[in-house]
Design a protein around this ligand. Structure first.
Ligand code: ASP
Ligand code: MG
Length: 426
């Protein structure tokens, strides 16, 4: 089989006309085929569309229309710049048609005063549809033969608010039908979006375009997946919070999974598994400086140098819950059992737990609804103390003793091998 590279360009890499031109120049430097790339919505478009969906759900027609106009103006200003206001170019009609569709959806909602849940995903899906349409048109304009692929026709999922589950068998079949034998042209695929078996639009969850690329890489057995980002690679810490950050030249799949699990935002957490299953290396490269090697994430047997520096990852918007049996008994298996079931029922996202003689402590994402459900289920038998405005600081790949000033501010500390975590008031 020919060796396939699947690339992914995120929202920041197509945030304006110059950024799109930069994507084109990166693709120009890559004459090898087959080439499939996945693209996200432009800049902050998905956030703006989520807001539009919320306004529509609240039947705020005027505000919704203003938000719609803002999104439309943003895209047409990029198109004007890329196509020099050549309004006869088909891209104008294609994008206009998407905006007409958005307008119809919103008008339908505000008129019928009904917001079926799948319409949320329908509204947000236009970000990727429009972005991929513009990028495809521009690449063709500069002579790179490219075709647009709507991932809703290729990736099949269940329907879940906030991110659906992939139906692998259906998806495998569609992906192979679509891309095999590999075409000569570049394939531009919409990230993030998919559809259910009734052909309603779904999504893979926020920041899900990485996952789209990983699904395609897995099924088509890519030789590499390459994510283009505005950072130099996978960094050991967030450069907005820490100085002297370091780019890992190599990481294992497991190390990358740990980093994203504890809150590093480099890679969508679900991305790694499909790659790991087929031993496909994932390269993270910087679209602002393509000379840099970036980071390659792969199986341990290919790793020639272990992480030289530990990673520090801060996860914000956490809550610490101290759960104490009301009868003043020790925390026993049956208590833990009840607490764990309540965690499952409330779908709490727990990042750390610990038990002491008289209580069980967890640190979780501070999602108000989930926390309320959780407390509700346990309140008969347990007292629950809440402490919010805390964050979780995780150290990974530690080889040295930990000397951190924040140690003294921490209200909970845990260490396990090369991983240390602390919960710290914000
Ligand atoms: N545009 C989507 C989002 O912002 C998906 C992605 O960017 O990966 O969540
Ligand atoms: Mg995005």
């Amino acid at each position: 089989m020919q060796s396939l590279i699947v690339m992914k360009f995120g929202g920041a890499s197509v945030k304006d006309a110059n950024a799109v031109k930069n994507v084109a120049s990166i693709l120009k430097q890559h004459p090898q085929r087959p080439l499939i790339f996945v693209v996200s919505a432009m800049g902050k478009t998905t956030n703006n569309l989520v807001e539009l969906a919320e306004l529509s759900r609240a039947y705020k027609k005027q505000e919704a229309l203003a938000q719609y106009q803002k999104i439309k103006d943003f895209h047409f200003s990029i198109i004007d710049e890329l196509f020099q206001k050549d309004t006869k170019h088909t891209v104008y009609q294609e994008v206009e048609a998407y905006f007409t569709e958005i307008q119809e959806v919103i008008q339908g909602i505000t008129l019928l005063r009904e917001f079926p849940f799948h319409l949320h995903d329908r509204i947000v899906s236009f970000g990727e549809l429009i972005s991929a349409t513009i990028v495809t048109a521009y690449l063709n304009k500069i002579g790179l033969k490219t075709e647009f692929y709507d991932a809703r026709k290729i990736i099949k999922t269940t329907s879940l608010a906030g991110g659906s589950e992939v139906l692998w068998e259906h998806t495998q079949k569609k992906v192979k039908e679509t891309f095999l034998p590999f075409p000569e042209h570049i394939c531009c695929v919409t990230g993030y979006i998919a559809s259910n078996l009734e052909n309603q639009t779904t999504t893979l969850g926020r920041e899900g375009s990485d996952y789209t690329a990983a699904i395609l890489s897995n099924i088509l057995e890519a030789s590499e997946m390459r994510i283009w980002k505005d950072v130099d690679g996978v960094l050991n810490a967030d450069p907005r919070r820490y100085t002297n950050t370091y780019v890992y030249p190599q990481l294992t799949y497991q190390q990358a999974v740990e980093m994203s699990y504890y809150g590093a935002s480099v890679i969508h957490p679900r991305t790694i598994k499909p790659l790991e299953n087929k031993h496909i290396p994932l390269r993270v490269k910087c679209f602002l400086n393509t000379e840099l090697e970036g980071t390659v994430i792969q199986a341990p047997k290919h790793i020639t140098q272990p992480p030289k520096h530990h990673a520090i990852i801060d996860k914000f918007n956490q809550i610490l819950l101290t759960i104490t049996p009301k009868d003043f008994s020790f925390v026993m298996e049956k208590h833990v059992d009840e607490i764990v079931s309540a965690i499952t029922h409330a779908k709490l996202k727990v990042s750390l737990s610990q038990n002491t003689a008289l209580s069980y402590i967890i640190c979780a994402d501070n999602n108000h609804e989930q926390i309320a459900d959780f407390i509700n289920e346990l309140s008969e038998k347990f007292d629950i103390q809440k402490q919010d405005k805390v964050y979780l600081k995780t150290y990974l790949f530690l080889t040295e003793r930990l000397a951190d000033e924040e140690f003294f501010k921490a209200i909970l500390i845990q260490r396990n091998g090369s991983t240390a975590q602390m919960v710290i008031p914000e």
